[in-house]
Ligand binder design. Structure first.
Ligand SMILES: *[C@@H]1O[C@H](CO)[C@@H](O)[C@H](O)[C@H]1NC(C)=O
Ligand SMILES: *[C@@H]1O[C@H](CO)[C@@H](O)[C@H](O)[C@H]1NC(C)=O
Ligand SMILES: *[C@@H]1O[C@H](CO)[C@@H](O)[C@H](O)[C@H]1NC(C)=O
Length: 320
């Protein structure tokens, strides 16, 4: 996880030669979410970043660092592979299509700092895939943590186009009506920017991040699907901003926010993605499979294995 943390100063870096074409102003809703910076319209320029990052401290929760590599704890042992039909991306999916023609939701993922190194999230994304999900992440397994090249909204859109065209079918029965965009840090802002004005996206998950700049928060009016913020507590740069976004979402929109004291790095490299892996699986299982056990883990503090018992601070509203 140090790789991600070390790249924080350039978390949202875009080419300085790129002139800013999108001018945020109330009522100014661009047609697409691409924007001028890595991470799209919900993101910021490098120049603005130091004002928002905080002290970068980590929290008390462990383990956060590299754990064992497994095939995930779910019923469908998962793999990390590349696929020539979606270059410059990495697929996380069950090693063999689940028996019984199980319907599998689709997820497009963006990495922290919008790097092209999907392997950083191997443990976390295999954990999700092992419950019967197909994930297309930006970048390659060994893409590393350099920010000399960064993913853009178009990279995540390429994942949606790929799945929508039926090209994920070799991994099993992928149901693109159950599509989530998700990502860590800059990748989370990219997930929201990709979802903006793209009705294929039905759920958005932001990990350790939310909109930095108050003058862009009005763009949330155009977000019409449930949003989950999975955040690293008070040391996380996403902590104050996700509180503001959570409050600013359209009235009545189902929303979920959970904080665990990890700081900005979460627990992604821990075995099976650690507590962030468990929380992500439970949220997805609730949303896409109406799994009552998973819902209770998230919403009922008294339930066995609830997030609250795992030290998460949970907020939610507008769920039926
Ligand atoms: C699997 O289910 C989908 C619908 O969810 C259906 O279109 C497809 O034909 C099924 N495939 C098999 C092999 O049963
Ligand atoms: C991979 O994607 C990045 C980000 O969009 C881009 O800069 C790079 O040129 C791509 N590489 C290849 C080999 O397509
Ligand atoms: C329901 O969700 C829980 C918690 O995420 C998971 O462990 C379990 O495997 C799921 N059950 C089914 C039947 O998918």
């Amino acid at each position: 996880m140090h790789t991600v943390l070390l790249t924080l100063p350039v978390l949202l870096l875009s080419s300085p030669s790129l002139a800013q074409t999108f001018k945020p102003a109330p009522g100014n809703f661009p047609a697409k979410g691409d924007g001028d910076f890595a991470g799209g319209i919900f993101s910021i320029s490098l120049q603005d970043l130091p004002k928002y990052v905080g002290d970068g401290g980590t929290g008390t929760e462990t383990p956060r660092g590299n754990g064992q590599k497994t095939s995930g704890s779910g019923p469908y042992p998962a793999q990390m592979i590349t696929d020539p039909t979606l270059p410059n991306h990495t697929i996380f999916a069950p090693k063999t299509p689940p028996t019984g023609n199980l319907s599998m939701p689709f997820i497009a993922w963006g990495n922290g700092a919008c790097t092209l190194g999907a392997g950083t999230y191997e443990n976390f994304l295999k954990e999700i895939a092992s419950y019967g999900y197909v994930i297309a992440a930006d970048g390659t397994p060994n893409g590393g943590s350099s920010t000399s090249q960064q993913s853009k909204v178009q990279d995540m859109r390429d994942s949606l186009d790929w799945a929508t065209a039926g090209k994920a079918a070799k991994y099993g029965n992928v149901d693109v009506t159950k599509t989530t965009t998700a990502g860590h840090s800059c990748g989370g802002l990219e997930a929201m920017s990709t979802a903006y004005h793209d009705e294929r996206v039905k759920r958005i998950m932001l990990f350790n991040i939310a909109i930095f700049q108050d003058d862009r928060r009005y763009l949330l009016q155009e977000i019409k699907v449930p949003v989950a913020y999975i955040i690293g507590g008070k040391n996380d740069m996403g902590y104050p901003t996700s509180a503001k976004d959570y409050a600013a979402l359209n009235a009545g929109l189902p929303k979920f926010r959970a904080n665990l004291d990890t700081g900005h790095g979460g627990t992604y490299p821990a075995t099976n993605g650690g507590k962030f892996g468990k929380a992500a699986v439970a949220y997805l299982e609730w949303q896409w499979r109406n799994n009552a056990t998973a819902k209770a883990i998230l919403l009922d503090a008294q339930s066995p294995g609830s997030l609250v018992k795992d030290n998460w601070v949970v907020e939610h509203a507008n769920w039926s």
